[in-house]
Write a new protein. Structure first.
Length: 189
C-alpha cells in the first residue's frame, strides 16, 4: 500500500487501515493566517488610537472602524483555519468489520462520524471527480461516502489496488449482526 494517495495519508496499525486527510500546501493555506495577522494589526491600530493622546482627538470613528476590522478579520481567519484543519478521514477495522468515516459536519469545523458495517457497503468505486482528479467512494444504501479525493492520473494503479483490496475485505463474512450505520456525531452538530 502507498503511504499517501490523493489527499489522504495511509497507514496500518494492527488490524486497522487508517486514512487521514492532509490539507494541500498552497496559497489558500496562507489566507487564514493573513486574516488573523490583519486582525491583530487593526487591533493594534485601534488600541493605539485610544492610548496615544494625539490620535485620540476626533478619531472615534477611526477607532471604531479599526476595532470592527480587527474583530471581523480575526474571526474569519479563525473560522477558515478551523475549516482547513477540519477532521476528515476513515478507519477500516478488519477485526470488527466496520468502516468509520469522518466528514466535516455542523458548522463545518466539527466532524460528523459515521460507523458503517461492511455488509452495508454495496460497492467500492473509483470515480472521476473532475478531469484529471479521481476519488474512492463507498456506495451505501442511502448515500455515497468519499474515502479519499484528489488522486491524480499517476496514482490510478494504486487507487485501483486499494479499491480491490477494500472490495475483497467487504465481501468477507460480516461478523455478528449489529444495528447498521450509526451517527456518532456530538449532540447539536
Amino acid at each position: 500500500m502507498p503511504r499517501r494517495l490523493g489527499n489522504i495519508r495511509l497507514r496500518y496499525d494492527a488490524e486497522l487501515l487508517i486514512g487521514e486527510r492532509v490539507p494541500p500546501l498552497d496559497a489558500g493555506a496562507l489566507v487564514p493566517d493573513v486574516l488573523v495577522l490583519t486582525g491583530l494589526a487593526a487591533g493594534v491600530v485601534a488600541v493605539a488610537t485610544l492610548i496615544a493622546p494625539d490620535l485620540r482627538k476626533d478619531h472615534v470613528w477611526g477607532t471604531l472602524v479599526a476595532a470592527i476590522i480587527a474583530t471581523a478579520a480575526t474571526m474569519a481567519g479563525l473560522i477558515l483555519g478551523g475549516l482547513r484543519r477540519g477532521r476528515r478521514g476513515f478507519v477500516v477495522n478488519f477485526d470488527q468489520h466496520t468502516v468509520r468515516v469522518d466528514e466535516p459536519g455542523g458548522l463545518r469545523i466539527r466532524s460528523a462520524t459515521t460507523l458503517v458495517p461492511f455488509r452495508d457497503v454495496q460497492a467500492v468505486q473509483v470515480v472521476e471527480r473532475y478531469p484529471g482528479s479521481w476519488a474512492l467512494a463507498l456506495a451505501l444504501k442511502e448515500r455515497e461516502v468519499l474515502l479519499l479525493d484528489s488522486a491524480r492520473e499517476g496514482e490510478l494503479d494504486q487507487l485501483d489496488r486499494l479499491c480491490r483490496m477494500l472490495e475483497a475485505s467487504f465481501a468477507q463474512d460480516p461478523g455478528p449482526q449489529d444495528p447498521g450505520p450509526q451517527d456518532l456525531s456530538p449532540p447539536g452538530a
